[in-house]
Design a protein around this ligand. Structure first.
Ligand SMILES: NC(=O)c1ccc[n+]([C@@H]2O[C@H](COP(=O)([O-])OP(=O)(O)OC[C@H]3O[C@@H](n4cnc5c(N)ncnc54)[C@H](OP(=O)(O)O)[C@@H]3O)[C@@H](O)[C@H]2O)c1
Length: 286
């Protein structure tokens, strides 16, 4: 939202909130769209709007609720899919660590890695989230980073080291993951939420030499999901199937009404929610 240079233009005061939205067609003058059709758009958060037919994205009918197309079947799911399978080049049977593991992206990273026969360790910020990771999402190990440092959590949960780290938070999680990397490991840099609101530049990991990324031949790579649209069809096919088979669970927290958007945004940053944070703008159509 600040005016720093980034991969999306800064938020403009007075403009509608930006973000992916889903809904249904109420009325149409286009032969392409019928009332009841499910649509996605990036036209701002609005209870209703009039749009040109070509500005809308079709969401195919299916068993998943419409809201899943903002989470596990939407942009966060796509981010998890390409970050894990393409950027981190996951191989079946490897050991994977993911931070913010009970979040929108992280919860799918871990569940996908499990579906690929991997051993999975996750970190999250509450006991409730750790329980969900272990009891519902099938993680092999999980720790609460507010109770145990990422370094100790990894020593306990991944004594033999890790092959892949999917980074959503940066900071001491990244430092601890570098320490635990095995030779030829890969780090996918997806996000660094622990430093987004820092006023000054935060120090980087201080162990690039000591826990040598060079000698261990580790690959660390940042990525942005929008560069991976060519994989959208593969993502929809694989995650849609895993969801239908019950091997992937969708998890969301819903705040009702546009008035609650600021609170929902702060809850997201604070971790006072589980899974994808959504704001419901109008009556639920699905
Ligand atoms: N590269 C891309 O294309 C791309 C695309 C989408 C998202 N992202 C990034 O991916 C990350 C995950 O996004 P998301 O939408 O799935 O968000 P999310 O994980 O659903 O929500 C953010 C969570 O981060 C955790 N967190 C906040 N402060 C933290 C801290 N200091 N240390 C550790 N964890 C902290 C909180 O959960 P806890 O309770 O666990 O602390 C919070 O709920 C974000 O960094 C986001 O910016 C990148």
């Amino acid at each position: 939202m600040n005016d720093a240079r980034s991969y999306v233009p800064p938020f403009q005061i007075g403009e509608p909130l930006q973000g992916d939205c889903v809904g249904v067609v109420v009325e149409s003058r286009s032969p392409e769209w019928q009332p009841g059709d499910r649509v996605g758009s990036l036209l701002g958060w609005r209870e209703h709007y009039v749009a040109h037919a070509s500005a809308l994205r079709r969401i195919q009918p299916g068993p998943a609720p419409l809201s899943a197309h903002l989470g596990v079947l939407g942009m966060p799911g796509h981010t998890a899919y390409v970050g894990l399978l393409d950027v981190a080049a996951l191989k079946d049977g490897e050991t994977v660590f993911v931070s913010s593991a009970a979040g929108a992206v992280g919860s799918l990273v871990g569940q996908l890695a499990k579906a690929h026969g991997c051993r999975v360790i996750g970190s999250a910020g509450s006991e409730e989230k750790v329980r969900w990771l272990l009891d519902e999402a099938g993680f092999d190990a999980a720790f609460n980073y507010k109770q145990q440092s990422p370094r100790d959590g990894l020593k306990e949960g991944a004594a033999e080291g890790i092959d892949v780290y999917f980074d959503n938070v940066g900071g001491d999680h990244l430092t601890a993951a570098i320490r635990a990397m095995r030779p030829y490991g890969r780090i996918a840099l997806c996000g660094m939420i622990s430093v987004y609101n820092e006023g000054a530049p935060s120090p980087g990991p201080d162990n690039l030499l000591m826990q040598s990324l060079i000698a261990k031949r580790v690959n660390m790579r940042g990525f942005i999901v929008f560069d991976h649209m060519a994989r959208h069809g593969d993502f929809q096919e694989e995650v849609g199937r895993l969801l239908a088979e019950g091997r992937v669970k969708d998890l969301e927290t819903v705040a009702d009404g546009i008035e609650r958007a600021p609170e929902a945004f702060l809850d997201l940053l604070r971790g006072d929610k589980i899974g994808k944070m959504l704001v419901r703008l109008g009556p639920d159509p699905a």
